[in-house]
Design a binder for this molecule. Structure first.
Ligand code: G4P
Length: 522
């Protein structure tokens, strides 16, 4: 019998892994996919990364700096659940991309290096999750190495993140003697992840025998203290973002990953409600709705393709259906939506709320776009951040100005950079959140368009989107300040200021003008 929409939706878990670089996000992703049967051999995620690096020139940056700039989605099934992992770049220079991806998830796994605790990037990403009320499951990784005391790590999470912790498992042993996890609530123990089920036991005492003699007493005392002193897991508090269930393990050595995957199935929420301008959309609503949170071009250098990643918010997407693009009101045929697995893409015949599909297109779709079956609604909340760095692009070969214009437009549509066209007709200005994005732009303009460019300082360093309650106020400001006004990709006006001081000065002089640093696509 065909699965009902409600059943299909309830099986879905769509999440991201947030971590400071090097905490083990790639390794953990690989292991999740491995247990989900999406890949044959662990190592494929990395191996694939390497292959792509050698194939595509701009990704040299990634190799040289040892960071991941490729974001995508990976789908796998485990037990009865369908999991969609949305990958996020770890480096802060790509923060805007990461933030937009986080608008498309229902939960997050926070990976913490057991020796390092909460690191700056973890904290930042956590704050974004909190802003969006995204429930978080914590995975303390690298327990096979010298690590901090587990209580100390839990305290740090509670203090730095103001988040209650509920350890679901407790590590058996430490560094060289680390040999598995004791499940506090279920009273079971699991050695490595090759054991699918945990073994029922009778309290910490009965687990201690797995450890060298001189560690047994300490393990029992510590675990009993954990059982007594730590809070029990409260799913409601977790779903509301006040509490995180905590797991200990080693992604590299296959410990604790099964605990985590089970937790995602058992605790993490099915696809959440999404707020649109006209109403709240429920995942189980009949009609299909979706929004685009990411565009990726030239993923396969052999085919100059462009994929829009769309998160389905409600209903069912069927291949061949027509969707209405809210921004233009035009119809779009979904003839070849795709699913992504670890090493391959596949045509998606049917996808449900919570799923992420790639939609190949030639520039029709943009970040923030809403797709529906005809209803006129627009999802809110996909953010656009005001750039921290503004530059003019200098072209070595002036004859190629038109080509550069096209290329910049495409890069901006993809979200690699933001593009601002000054009202006075002077050359366009590119804006980025992090300097590495400029390196990516330069490399890609060369590799994909044969355009050698360099960047020049612009006389502006700050940019704000502007609006006013009274159109006349805005018109006046646009006229008086014409030399400092530009339009973004959507034609929305921005005010460009020389520095923070002049920005404050002008905003005090023109109180009717609202100046904002974050624009939500609409
Ligand atoms: P990231 O995506 O968060 O940046 O981290 P990644 O998985 O690439 O892991 C960073 C390094 O930490 C890797 O070592 C990886 O092998 C190691 N690692 C990940 N999980 C564990 C763990 O549970 N225990 C131990 N001991 N190490 C772990 P590398 O030497 O930088 O890379 P590689 O050459 O081994 O691939």
């Amino acid at each position: 019998m065909a699965e009902s929409l409600a059943e299909a939706v309830s099986r879905r878990r769509t999440f991201a892994i947030i971590a400071h670089p090097d905490a083990g996000k790639t390794t953990l992703t690989e292991k999740l996919l491995l247990f989900g049967g999406a890949i044959q051999l662990a190592g494929e995620v990395k191996a694939k990364k390497d292959r792509m690096q050698t194939r595509s020139d701009w990704m040299k940056i990634e190799r040289e700096r040892g960071i991941s700039v490729v974001t995508s989605v990976m789908t796998f099934e485990y037990n009865d659940n369908v999991f969609n992992i949305l990958d996020t770049p770890g480096h802060e220079d790509f923060a805007d991309d990461t933030y937009r991806t986080l608008t498309a998830v229902d939960a997050a796994v926070m990976v913490i290096d057991a020796a390092k605790g909460i690191e700056p990037r973890t904290l930042k990403l956590f704050e974004v999750c909190r802003m969006r009320d995204i429930p978080i499951i914590t995975f303390i990784n690298k327990m096979d190495r010298e690590s901090r005391d587990p209580f100390e790590i839990l305290d740090e999470v509670e203090e730095k993140l103001a988040l209650d912790t509920a350890p679901i498992t407790w590590p058996v042993g430490r560094s060289k003697t680390f040999c598995g996890s004791y499940n506090i609530a279920a009273n079971t123990v699991r050695g490595s992840d090759t054991e699918i089920e945990g073994t029922p036991v009778n309290g910490p005492q009965s687990v201690a025998g797995r450890l060298p003699e001189n560690e047994r007493q300490a393990f029992v005392e510590e675990t009993e203290l954990a059982i007594e002193a730590c809070r029990p897991f409260d799913r409601q508090a977790f779903l509301e973002g006040h509490m995180t269930p905590v797991f200990f393990g080693s992604a590299l050595r296959n410990y604790g990953v099964r605990d985590l995957i089970n937790a995602l199935g058992d605790f993490a929420p099915p696809p959440r409600d999404q707020v649109a301008d006209t109403r709240t959309v429920h995942a189980t609503d009949d009609k299909m709705t979706a929004f685009v949170f990411k565009i990726q071009a030239n993923m396969d250098p052999n085919h100059r393709d462009r994929i829009a990643f769309a998160r389905i918010c409600s209903g069912k997407l069927e291949r061949g259906m027509k969707a209405r693009l809210a921004r233009t009101g035009k119809q779009l045929g979904l003839t070849a939506p795709q699913f992504f697995f670890a090493s391959q893409r596949q045509l998606a015949d049917t996808a449900y709320a919570g799923d992420v599909v790639g939609i190949p297109n030639h520039g029709t779709l943009r970040i923030g776009d809403t797709l529906t079956e005809g209803e006129s609604l627009v999802f809110q909340g996909v953010p656009n951040f005001s750039p921290e760095i503004l530059r003019r692009v200098r072209l070595e070969d002036a004859m190629k100005a038109k080509k550069l214009k096209e290329a910049l437009q495409q890069m901006a549509e993809e979200g690699v950079v933001q593009l601002f066209s000054p009202e006075d007709g002077s050359p366009a200005i590119v804006g980025v959140v992090g300097a590495l994005q400029l390196d990516v732009l330069k490399e890609r303009l060369m590799a994909e368009y044969g355009l050698p460019v360099s960047f020049e300082m612009s006389r502006f360093s700050v940019c704000r989107w502007i609006s006013a309650d009274q159109p006349a106020d805005l018109d006046k400001f646009l006229t008086v300040k014409r030399g400092d006004i530009a339009r973004d990709l959507d034609g929305d006006p921005v005010f460009l200021a020389q520095d923070g001081f002049s920005l404050r000065y002008e905003s005090e002089r023109y109180p009717a003008i609202k100046m904002v640093a974050i624009k939500e696509y609409h």
